[in-house]
Design a protein around this ligand. Structure first.
Ligand SMILES: C[S@@+](CC[C@H](N)C(=O)[O-])C[C@H]1O[C@@H](n2cnc3c(N)ncnc32)[C@H](O)[C@@H]1O
Ligand code: SF4
Length: 451
């Protein structure tokens, strides 16, 4: 049987599975776990261990049709300014709850479009964060940037606040693809942004690309990758387009008839991947590429790559505090998500409580399954002996799943004693294989296609 037919038989083109940026995944969270649990987790943080902080800015001036991120369009800064006031109030509540002396190892601003903030608001937000949780000695500040929504003054403000890494959205440079996804962005504007970020001393620059978009062909993705390579990014994220119009209503503006079919979608990823690897990038996990000297590649080499709500990371902080509407915090004891709608989030903070409204306390079994899934997603390998070493006898409960995975996915697996590894040609199946270790049997409708 042809390799692609084998992948099809194993569900690559039919199954909808989570992207496993957490385990359990967010749809499992329940409103039984909310701000009281959040307060407990924050109070229990080890003051000697720096935390990561994520701040969500759910505003964009343009609303791209393909986008499934939690964001809303605005033409004026007034909702952004009130939201900033709420973030400041949330930070004051957080500071009262945090153990004394705790530091921030990482800060990430995501969205939406954080660079919708004008320079004075960038400074205001950064100062409020640093007042609540001072930066640790080794501090990294990363920001998601829309190249069409940034200028030198905003970059200078971010630089003054210590921005060391940036991630810019590109998706695809072909004009007809851009038109079909409602997102115009010239190569020239993107290059100006990249040059300005480099001049501001960014040490790691990521670019986001998406495959599986309407009108994409092998030639067009190749042309986009060629142009991206001239920008010389340190990292590239190559996401599969998640078409989920029942969840992201604006995607109804995308004509499904122009979406590439399953086989083409598969080859679009393979084509772009070959080009990045051919240009000297290391393939990282299921959808990232990084230069060998970049921290992500080094973590991948060292076996310390991790996966959190922002995707692949080499961040080694054991807790992530999420601020702003819809942000998810991750503590050793479990997850808590802030109210998702901006209005509901603001109401909670104005009422004087932290904004957590749903979550999941982690059981011992959850932690075991989470680690197994993270190992597969990061290393394409899972060693039961290693899990036994970390988790003791409890790890033995995964043995039947392990045996079943080895049997079912045999052509794409190597099995050595207790260790299972997914062969490179089986990497597209990784999310499906990981889902075998998911004890919550996720409802497929909520997720994007495995391919
Ligand atoms: C917050 S946005 C990027 C920052 C900035 N707002 C911009 O547009 O440049 C995060 C990234 O998520 C990815 N993304 C958004 N919607 C997606 C979808 N439906 N399928 C796959 N990736 C998606 C895109 O690559 C996008 O650049
Ligand atoms: S891709 Fe970026 S700019 Fe476009 S809607 Fe999504 S978050 Fe906003």
């Amino acid at each position: 049987m042809e390799h692609i037919d084998q992948l099809r038989t194993l569900g690559l083109f039919d199954q909808r599975v989570p992207r496993y940026t957490s385990y359990p995944t967010a749809p499992v969270f329940s409103t039984d776990t909310g701000s009281a649990f959040q307060v407990e987790c924050i109070r229990a943080l080890d003051p000697a261990a720096p935390v990561s902080v994520y701040v969500h800015i759910p505003f964009c001036e343009r609303l791209c049709w393909f986008c499934a991120c939690r964001t809303q369009g605005t033409r004026t800064l007034s909702p952004v300014e009130s939201y900033l006031g709420t973030l400041e109030a949330e930070l004051t509540l957080l500071a009262k709850t945090l153990p004394a002396g705790i530091k921030m190892g990482r800060l990430h601003w995501g969205g939406g479009t954080p660079t919708i903030l004008p320079p004075h608001m960038i400074n205001r937000l950064a100062q409020a964060i640093k007042a609540a949780i001072p930066p640790a000695e080794r501090f990294e500040f990363s920001v998601e940037i829309d190249p069409t929504m940034v200028d030198d003054a905003k970059i200078a403000a971010l630089q003054a606040e210590g921005m060391s890494r940036a991630s810019i959205g590109i998706q695809d440079f072909s004009e007809d693809v851009q038109e079909a996804i409602g997102r115009e962005q010239s190569f020239e504007a993107t290059k100006r942004c990249v040059d300005a970020l480099r001049a501001a001393g960014i040490t790691s620059l990521n670019t986001d690309l998406v495959y599986g978009l309407p009108h994409q062909t092998l030639d067009k993705i190749a042309a986009s990758v060629e142009r991206v390579l001239t920008l010389n990014p340190d990292r590239v994220a190559l996401f599969g387009y998640a078409h989920v119009p029942h969840m992201a209503k604006r995607q109804n503006l995308i004509d499904q008839a122009h979406l590439p079919g399953d086989q083409l979608r598969y080859h679009l990823f393979q084509k772009a991947s070959e080009m990045f690897v051919g240009a000297g990038y290391a393939a990282i996990g299921i959808d990232h590429f990084a230069k060998p000297a970049d921290a992500l590649s080094r973590a991948s080499q060292a076996g310390t790559l991790r996966r959190n709500f922002q995707g692949y990371t080499e961040d080694d902080c054991s807790s992530l505090i999420g601020l702003g509407a819809s942000s998810i915090s991750s503590y050793p004891q479990g997850y808590v998500q802030n109210a998702a709608a901006t209005g509901a989030y603001m109401q909670r903070i104005e009422a004087g409580t932290l904004a957590g409204y749903r979550g999941h306390p982690l059981s011992q079994d959850d932690v075991l399954h989470a680690r197994a899934i993270e190992m597969l997603m990061c290393d394409f390998a899972l060693d039961l002996d290693q899990l036994q070493h970390e988790f003791g006898e409890n790890a033995a409960q995964l043995a039947p799943t392990h045996a079943e995975v080895a049997r079912k996915f045999a052509p794409f697996i190597t099995l050595t004693d207790s260790a299972l590894a997914i062969k490179p040609e089986g990497h597209p199946l990784t999310r499906i294989i990981a889902s075998a270790y998911d004890a919550y049997a996720p409802a497929e409708a909520q997720y994007s296609k495995a391919s």
